[in-house]
Design a protein around this ligand. Structure first.
Ligand SMILES: NC(=O)c1ccc[n+]([C@@H]2O[C@H](COP(=O)([O-])OP(=O)(O)OC[C@H]3O[C@@H](n4cnc5c(N)ncnc54)[C@H](OP(=O)(O)O)[C@@H]3O)[C@@H](O)[C@H]2O)c1
Length: 257
């Protein structure tokens, strides 16, 4: 019998995109604490290196590689570097994403729609394409895509973001079936309002900010990045070994009624 616990990542290599802040950084730290070698991918190098430091302070091991998920060339370079360094990939948290500039649909620039879709949908799809190629060959691996409750319900002024997150829910379901019989799992996390740089940009447009918006959440507060990260890490772990194609909302009850 193996001595490894179901939430132990010792000996495993896990990629986190968008690990330079927020949920991604919290997940990188938790994965490192559980023993994973964490690949920290993002565009902002200084912030990403802070994540590497935080993982190391938590007793883990981390390696930064720059990545812009809106660029196929950047992702090709990231995954070539991962294969050269580790020759394997056991887990991936596709967390990078953009919220876009809110506007009612008829007022949103086509270029803004293209930017959000290109980053969130095409970027996540390109990551999945590389990850599934590697994991299919290994016959083992777990992936978590990050959608949003905007992948489950609609929000005014967010047609591009909502469309992109619904697409991530859909591609999770489809991708999970492509590899279900091959030892590879693909699940999806749908956070509700969570206190991060992204939510700060979003609530700053509302008078009263987060405190006001949180009154609309049944639990009367936003989530913490660490809470969302724990859900993502659970789905990446062997504790979720029979879980694939699942769409997990964690939103303080926001989409319950
Ligand atoms: N906070 C919320 O309320 C909330 C709710 C639902 C869903 N989410 C989702 O949760 C995920 C994480 O967001 P967060 O709340 O933790 O916000 P955050 O702190 O702003 O983190 C977003 C991360 O995505 C990265 N990113 C953005 N565009 C990228 C690109 N083109 N290439 C590579 N990385 C990119 C950013 O890194 P760089 O800028 O360094 O590249 C950053 O690390 C996102 O997918 C978001 O849509 C958040």
């Amino acid at each position: 019998m193996s001595g490894r616990g179901v939430d132990d990542f010792a000996g495993k290599t896990v990629l986190v995109t968008g690990a330079s802040s927020g949920i991604g950084r919290a997940a990188a730290v938790l994965l490192g604490r559980r023993g994973a070698s964490v690949i920290v991918a993002a565009r902002r190098e200084a912030q990403a290196r802070e994540t590497v430091r935080a993982v190391e302070e938590a007793g883990g091991e981390a390696w930064f590689h720059p990545a812009d998920i809106a660029s196929q060339a950047s992702l090709d370079a990231l995954f070539a570097a991962i294969e050269a360094r580790y020759s394997r990939l056991d887990g991936a948290l596709n967390n990078a994403g953009t919220e876009g500039d809110p506007a009612p649909l008829p007022d949103m620039a086509v270029e803004e729609f293209d930017r959000v879709i290109s980053t969130n949908v095409r970027g996540t799809w390109l990551c999945l394409r590389h990850e599934l190629r590697i994991m299919r060959a290994q016959g083992q691996g777990a992936i978590v895509n990050t959608a949003s409750i905007a992948g489950v319900v609609g929000f005014p002024g967010a047609s591009a973001y909502t469309a992109s997150k619904h697409a991530i829910v859909g591609m999770t379901r489809s991708a999970s079936l492509d590899v279900a019989a091959l030892g590879v799992r693909v699940n999806c996390l749908c956070p509700g309002g969570t206190s991060t740089e992204m939510s700060e940009r979003w609530v700053s447009r509302v008078p009263g900010g987060e405190a006001t918006v949180a009154q609309g959440v049944p639990m009367k507060r936003f989530g913490r990045a660490e809470e969302l990260a724990a859900a993502a890490v659970f789905m990446l772990s062997d504790a979720a070994a029979y879980m694939t194609g699942s769409i997990l909302t964690m939103d303080g009850g926001s989409t319950t009624s």
